[in-house]
Structures are given as structure tokens and as C-alpha cells.
Design a protein around this ligand. Sequence first.
Ligand code: TAP
Length: 498
Amino acid sequence: MSDVSIERLPEVEAFLKRATGSYIDGSFVAGAERKVDVFNPATGEALSQVGLADETIVDRAVSVAKATFDSKKWRGMKPAQRERILLKFADLLEKNSEEFAQIETLNQGKSINITRLLDVGYSVDFMRYMAGWTTKIEGKTVNVSIGMPEGAEFNAYTIRQPVGVVAGIVPWNFPLMIALWKIMPALATGCSVVIKPASETPLSALRLAELAIEAGVPSGVFNVVVGPGSTAGAQLSSHPDVRKVTFTGSTVVGKQIGHAAVDHMAHFALELGGKNPMLVLEDADLDKAVQGALLAGLLNQGQVCAAASRFYVHRSIYDAFCQRLYEAVSQMSVGPGMDPTTQLNPLVSKRHQQSVLGYIDKAEQEGARVLRGAEVPDDGGYYVSPIVLADVTQDMTVAREEIFGPVLSVIVFDDVDEALRMVNDSDLGLSASIWTNNLTQAMRLIPEIEAGTVWVNTHVTLDSSLPFGGFKQSGIGREFGREAVESFTEIKSVCIAY
Ligand code: TAP
């Protein structure tokens, strides 16, 4: 295993020293709060230190966001002016793309190739897409039939207004990208935002807050609080001045956030976990299905809410599918994300590494055949070897629970309807894919699958304009597209008698 890691930019080193904690009203919060280390998953060593927001700091972030909202500094701007600022915000991310890619790789662990292409590259496109909505938020006119005395006429219409202060609670798997999924529609509609990144990965959101100021977003519109979910996150989701909570993370925490938001009648959106099936039919193109499984299952080491983790494969191609997956994972190069020649990288944290290893042990105990992939470095990084689990059955823990790691569980089937039953036999319903050349079969299955997104001959293919979110315990609400933008607005009905 060679390590040809790229050099850290001087801008990254400078930022690591500068980012001392929460970012409120245009500056980092100074104070005597408790400081904690932020780790580099590739080495297990501290990257930097950040101060944790206590109750007073969280409260200050919300009151600054509320004061800014009330002052109309942002929502009162002409939409075209806000659009220009948000486009500049996207341009600045593009201009500083290498710095952001390095920050994300150093803090989250994933490959620099992925952070350049996806976390930063895709985010720039997403920002431009959302900036465009600023000038396209519309109500409608309504033909009312109000029974009033002879002669009275009415003109009725709806307007969309920003909901107010938005709290965005973000996980650690795509810290920059998922933060932007919350920030951009909020800013496009004129809301103010407080983002709480995951404790493991606070850095890119902090750098983004600096960039927003540089782009011309008024200070206080976009704030970041760094602190534990159990205190800072809980306080944000139950804060009476927060009018919308948008959360991505585990189902357990999502439910707590939903309850907290309902308690003060705030809007909420929950994008939660997935146990996403990939259904490989008898006639599927095996080469494409194997390549698709590797991407769908191992992107970001499987730490993707839409990752495929249950592979239902027809008996006629089952052995070949397992063998080809196994050969591929055996040959992967595993190492630090800053080494662009690596294909698999460390998991985000020691805690998560232990959780994934626990699932692999359990699979073995429950009777799965463990096909262990490439060796991992033994240097303090949070690595897990990519694993193919063959002979998995529907009742095994690995077939039922979200693992969020590089573990591909393969289950055999004989009959498509039996496979469909297993696909839907889950509390979760985020996404699924069907692999087949039989269009009739695909068209029959699409409406039957209980998932917010169904792909055919592809998986984990997201687009800014295509709504994304879950059925069942995978969440409530949608990100992307018009649906996401409108969910950051209130509708006001207006009726004028004349
Ligand atoms: P969560 O605990 O759900 O954390 C996600 C975010 O919520 C973090 O910012 C977290 O802050 C915050 N949070 C935690 N408790 C909170 C509370 N009571 N109120 C408000 N916010 C709170 O996820 P995790 O523990 O990092 O990961 C656990 C599992 O969740 C993973 O193994 C995976 O299965 C799933 N997960 C799913 C996704 C997606 S994209 N759906 C993303 C990440 C994880 P702290 O970081 O400070 O705790």
C-alpha cells in the first residue's frame, strides 16, 4: 500500500487555526466554552480544536438569526439581488474548491477525488440551481365562489413567504453537501439559518459561513453552532423562535426532533436512514450490475443514506455476482483520503468503525459467509476492510439494520414476487434499484416498491431538481426541486373585496 498523499494547502492550515468554534453574526465566537479535538479519521490524530456552544451561545445564534429575519436585511432584498449574491456564493465555493475538498477529506475521511467531484463539484451546481429559485417563488390566483350580497366581487390569490428562522441539523457523512441542502433553499426563500454540524465534522460548515459573508449575505443570516446533538441540537429543535427544523441523520434522533418541532408547531423535514435494496433480475447485464453494486454499496465507504446494502440476486447469476464482487473488493486499494490513488478510505470515527465491525461479527455468528476484501492499513486510521456477505437471509441482522459501512449483503431469490416481498419487508423506504433489461418487468415493479426513489439500472443518482426523501421510517418531506424550496415557505391566502 503506497501513500502518495497530496500536500495540505496553506489556506487549510490557516483555517484550522482560525476556526475556533461557533460562527455567529459574522464572526467566530470567542469565549471560555469547553474545547474539544476534531479528528482526522485517516490517522486518529487531532486536526484542530473547537469550542462547544453552551445554552447561551445557542440562544444567541437563534436570536441573531431572528433579529436579522425581523430586520428584513435579507428577505427584504429584491429577489434578483439575492439571486446575484447566492450565485456569487457558488462562484466562491468553486474558486476555493481545492481548499474545501481538502478540509472535507481531512475531517470526514473520504477520498480527495470524491470530495473534489461530489462534495464540492456537485455542491457548486446545487447552489446555482437553488440560487435560480430566488426569482421564481410564486403564488397563484384563485377563482373563488364566495356567496356575498349581489354586486360584491372578489380577487383572491396566494403568496409565499419565508417561514422564518430555520435550524438545519446535519450528519457527518456529507458535511458540506448536506449542510448546503438545508442552507440554500432557506436562503433562496429569504429565511435566516442556524446550522448545527455533526460533532465529528464541524469544519466545512464553518468555512462556508465565512464564504457567505464574502459573497454579500448579511451577517447574522447564516450562523453555525458547534455542539453536541443531545444539548445544542435538542435546544435548537425545541427553540420557540425556530420556525422550521430540517434534519438528516438517524431515525431515532429524527423522531425526537419531529416531536420537539411539533411541540412549538414548527415545520419539520426529516431525511433519515435507508436499508436500500438492489434487485438484480435474471436478465440483468451482470457487468453493469456488479459495477453498480460497487458504486452503490461502497461510495463513501457505504456511509450514504441511499447506499445499496441489500442485494437480491436471482439464483441463476447469484454465484457469479458474489464471486465478481469478492474479486473486486479484494483488489481495492485502501488508504488515507488525501492519497488520490486509493479507492477505499477510513470511516468517520472510531465509534462508527467499532459499530460496523460489530455488524460483521454478528453476520458471521448468524451464518453468513464472510468474504473479506483488501487488507487495511494498521496505522491508527478508522479503516474497515470491504466485505461481501454471501448466503445472507432476510431474517439476519445485516439484512434488516442500517450498517452505514462497506458491507455488501447478498441474498438469493428464485421468484420476482418473492424478491419484491423481501424488498418491501423493511421499516425503511428511502430508495431502491432494479437491474434488468426487461422494461415490462421494471414498469410493473416501480409502483410496487415502497421507497421515495426507485432507480432502474443505476443507483445513488441524485439531481438537484428531482425530489429526494423517504417512505415509512425513512422520513418526512423532500429535499431538492420545487418541493424542497416551497417547504421553506408559508402560504398566505389573500382575498380582496371590491
Ligand atoms: P445522529 O445521532 O442522528 O446524528 C445526526 C445529527 O443529529 C448530528 O448533528 C447530531 O449531533 C445531531 N443530534 C444527535 N442527537 C440529537 C438530538 N437529540 N437532538 C438534535 N440533534 C441531535 O446520527 P449518528 O449517531 O451520527 O449516526 C448513527 C446512525 O445514523 C448511523 O450509523 C447511520 O445509520 C445513521 N445516519 C444516517 C444518515 C443519513 S444521511 N440519513 C447520516 C448519518 C447517520 P452530534 O453529532 O453532536 O451527535
